[in-house]
Structures are given as C-alpha cells and as structure tokens.
Design a protein around this ligand. Structure first.
Ligand code: AMP
Length: 217
C-alpha cells in the first residue's frame, strides 16, 4: 500500500491511518508527528520548525522533504505506507512523485476525508491525545470517561499547542490556500477518492476498505 491521506486539520486522517496500520500491517508516516518529535527532542530541525508550527504556518518544504526522504528509506516501509499530512502543497506533491519515481515506486491512491469547516473548529479545539498510547478523545464529541485520563491505558491526556482557536483558524486558511489544490492535482492523475468524514469512525474505516479494494490495494 502506498497512499496519501488528504484532508483539513481535524478531518480524522490520523485516526483512520492508525486503523489502516492495524488492518494492513503498513506504517503511518505523519510529518506532523515527526516534526513534533523533533521539537520535543530539541534537535536543530525541531528548533527550525517550531515557530512555523506555533503560528499555524507550513514548515519549509526543504525540512519536510528531507524528513520524508529519510523516512521512506527505512526498511519498515517495504510493506507499504500511509502518508498522513504530507504532501501539504503542490511543490511537495511534485517532489514526492519525483522521489518515488527515483526509487521505482508510485502512489496508488490519494484519499480525501471531507469534513465541513464548521465541524473542524470544534474537533480541533476539543482534541485531547494520550501521552502514553496516542489514543485520541474530544472534550465535546468523544470525551474520556474520566476527564484528562485515557480510557485505553490510563495515561494522561494533553491538548496540542497548536489546537487553540487562533492557530486553528490559521491552519484552516493554510489548508484552503495551499493544500486544497492537491485535490485537483490527484484528480487529474486519476488517483483521488473522496470519503465523507462526518460518518462514524467505523463507517469511514469500512469505506476506506471498499475504496482500497476497488483500486486493488
Ligand atoms: P499536523 O499534525 O499534520 O496537523 O501538523 C502540525 C503542523 O506541522 C502543521 O500545522 C505544520 O506547521 C507542520 N507540518 C506538518 N506536516 C507538514 C508538511 N507536510 N509541510 C509543512 N508543514 C507541515
């Protein structure tokens, strides 16, 4: 499997990627997760990326492409991968096609999770993630049984620094201006599938399976 998950911040890309990882035995490659790990570790790359991330802007293409090139060269990607949050603009999409061509691969599908903007603000500002197991909850739509505590493993829940209202607004603007043109880009390549991201998590996963099997993935 070699697919891209497209969708605005909060559309459920990470949640679905984790389900597909379990079902298909492939890896999730989230540039957001890789960048947050670099920020936490205080690496030079993390320090260079932090201000753009805090402002809800895109990190430079050079940084992100370097990370992707390095990640795709690791052996655990041999069974396949789900790109989550990458590419984020047309330059990254073109660079990805070129990189894959270099290693004799190509994308099989780009799947768009479609969620109205009205819903995204609530999803993002309410989002809480477990520090230990990464399970995701939402204060408004899917609260944990005990506030601040993970239902799955009892770990502590936290809100991401960039899930505040001001930064979320900026991230949604960036999506409209820079990422949404990728919908047309992949449509023209005949690789685009759309899934209604307002359905239940299980219904969306089932639709992913149908879409993937139709494409022979
Ligand atoms: P995410 O977890 O995908 O919502 O990403 C969080 C933040 O990381 C974004 O708001 C960007 O600042 C940065 N980021 C993640 N992926 C990319 C990318 N492909 N290109 C540029 N910046 C990115």
């Amino acid at each position: 499997m070699r697919i891209v998950l497209l969708g605005a911040p909060g559309s459920g890309k990470g949640t679905q990627a984790k389900k597909l990882v379990d079902q298909y035995g492939v890896v999730q490659i989230s540039t957001g997760d890789l960048l947050r790990a670099a920020v936490s570790a205080g690496t030079p790359l993390g320090r260079a990326a932090k201000s753009a991330m805090d402002a809800g802007q895109l990190v430079s293409d050079d940084i992100v492409l370097g990370m992707i090139r390095e990640r795709l060269s690791q052996p655990d990607t041999a069974r396949g991968y789900i790109l989550d949050g990458f590419p984020r603009n047309l330059a990254q999409a073109a660079a990805l096609d070129a990189l894959l061509a270099e290693i004799g691969q190509s994308l099989q599908a780009a799947i768009l999770l479609d969620v109205p903007f009205m819903d995204l603000m609530r999803r993002l500002t309410g989002r809480q993630t477990c520090r230990q197991c990464g399970a995701v909850f939402n204060r408004y739509t899917h609260p944990s049984r005990v506030p601040g505590v993970c239902d799955v493993c009892g770990g502590e829940l936290f809100s991401r620094d960039d899930d505040n209202e001001k930064t979320v607004n900026q991230r949604l603007t960036v999506f409209t201006e820079q990422t949404a043109p990728l919908i047309e880009f992949y449509q023209q390549q005949g690789k685009l599938d759309r899934i209604d991201g307002t359905q239940s998590i299980e219904a969306i996963t089932a639709q992913f399976q149908r879409v993937l099997s139709q494409r022979g993935v």
